[in-house]
Design a protein around this ligand. Structure first.
Ligand code: HEM
Length: 443
């Protein structure tokens, strides 16, 4: 049994009746759900404004000039940072604060930690975006933004790795926990590298732009080293239940994470060809471990969400395989800017965003106070538009940027608007879900 009641009594400084303990626990759960909503809403805001709208703006400018380098690199990096850290990073921190202490059966922790981490993180990511776009006082504000993000992560890490009560089950941890730990290490490394490079730029740089060659390697750490293992970890935890899959091949999944980490290290060392190969082998190993494309054991659980959910989850993993294959192709050509861009987009939008759209709309309504998703139809339309937009973008980016088909320049803006519609519908569906009263409080 959890030691929470004893801890609650300790905090209250007196012995409590079971009913009083129940009331305090329920109130704490409600506050945690509200804090999760705060994190998710903040992530959605980063996704929409500094993330997607700037991304669309950049792409429209690139398409109208028919030149990939017609937009400032600082603006492109501001968009990427807002999406990776502002959107998905904020989601991960919020879900982590809400679920990891429960899963690890930790002692209760001070909710002020959740607040302070949110405040530091939000301020850090906002400052980063503003300094990259407006370049005001960037020599001071750029490293400050990176330090704030690191401080927020330190509070998060301290909280979710807190002490387990003595009477808790000391059994061995499931493999998915190690995969999530690998993702956390990736996040910590990304934040440390980010702090180091912003400090270097502040001391010796001429602008807040990360030099292109280093940025390319750093992006591999941010995507394959941080986001990908997190998604694998959550996939291993939830997909067997949600999709009715057979049990995960745990050891094989750990092998996949090892290969993935090796691929990221190779990329950081600048060996892109070897890195891309190892990353694809790691990914194929993870797909095998998760048994995503094998016969299912039970029907998928799609109550309260759109029935297409299992198809889109599998499609997301196909996008990841496409991203990896395009990476190998790009690494083996000389001028492959368009193929690199397409590979990155297949990973960030095709894999990561599709997974966040699918799993997010599956778990977040329940985590936010056992609410029901506002609209299952909107869920389908958002993921469908995301898929079509991604397909258009990946194909047209290769053809247009590589100079292989001039007509492809005209599809690029269509892809941007289609994806923007998708993210707006996704944000609307979640915000409308949070605005609904949870069933438990309805008369
Ligand atoms: C509406 C959807 C989006 C549009 C229109 C868009 C547009 C762009 C554009 C124009 C670039 C410049 C490089 C290139 O031309 O390929 C770019 C780069 C990038 N995008 Fe997006 N993007 C979108 C969604 C996303 C999402 C969902 C993520 C992450 C989850 C993301 C992450 C990135 C990253 C990391 C970069 C590279 C930044 C750098 O060079 O440092 N994008 N995007």
């Amino acid at each position: 049994m959890s030691a929470l009641p004893t801890r609650i009594e300790k905090e209250a400084g007196r012995t409590l009746t079971p009913l009083q303990i129940f009331d305090i626990t329920a109130a704490r759960e409600t506050t945690l759900s509200r804090l999760l909503i705060l994190y998710i809403s903040t992530g959605l805001l980063f996704m929409l404004l500094p993330g997607t709208f700037l991304g669309v703006w950049n792409l429209l400018a690139i398409s109208s000039h028919r030149a990939p380098d017609s937009v400032s690199a600082a603006w492109i990096q501001a968009h990427g940072h807002a999406q990776i850290f502002g959107w998905i990073g904020t989601f991960i921190l919020g879900i982590g604060f809400y679920s990891i202490p429960k899963l690890r059966r930790l002692n209760s922790f001070a909710l002020s930690a959740v607040w302070s981490s949110w405040a530091l993180w939000t301020l850090g990511v906002t400052l980063r975006w503003l300094t990259s776009v407006y370049q005001w006082q960037w020599r001071t504000l750029l490293p400050l933004s990176a330090a704030l993000e690191l401080a927020a992560f330190a509070i998060f890490f301290r909280t979710v790795s807190g002490h387990r009560p003595q009477d808790s089950d000391k059994g061995k941890l499931d493999e998915w926990v190690f995969v999530v730990i690998a993702g956390s290490v990736g996040l910590l490394l990304a934040l440390l590298v980010n702090f180091g490079i912003t400090l270097m730029l502040a001391m010796r740089g001429t602008s807040p732009e990360i030099p292109a060659e280093f940025d390319q390697r750093f992006l591999v750490l941010q995507t394959w080293g941080f986001l990908v293992p997190f998604v694998w970890g959550f996939s291993a935890k939830w997909l067997p239940v949600f999709l009715g899959l057979r049990s995960v091949r745990g050891r094989v999944l750990l092998l996949a994470v090892t290969l993935n980490s090796a691929g990221v290290l190779l990329a950081l060392a600048g060996w892109m060809k070897a890195a891309s190969l190892v990353l694809v082998v790691g990914l194929a190993t993870a797909v095998y471990a998760l048994r995503l494309f094998e016969r299912i054991e039970r029907p998928a659980k799609v109550k309260g969400i759109h029935t297409s959910f299992p198809v889109f989850v599998r499609l997301a993993y196909l996008w990841a395989l496409i991203a990896g294959t395009l990476g190998i192709w790009a690494a083996s050509l000389e001028n492959s800017h368009g193929i690199w861009g397409a590979s990155r987009h297949a990973l960030t939008v095709g894999f990561l965003a599709t997974m966040v759209f699918s799993i997010g709309q599956r778990v977040l309504p329940a985590f936010s106070g056992m609410r029901l998703l506002f609209s299952t139809k909107l869920m389908f339309i958002a993921i469908f538009f995301l898929t079509v937009g991604c397909l258009l973008r990946v194909s047209s980016e290769i053809l247009a940027y590589q100079g292989w088909a001039r007509s492809a320049w005209t599809w690029l803006p269509v892809s941007a608007i289609t994806e923007m519609t998708a993210v707006t519908l996704f944000a609307f569906n979640l915000l409308a879900t949070f605005a609904r009263r949870p069933p438990s409080t309805q008369p």
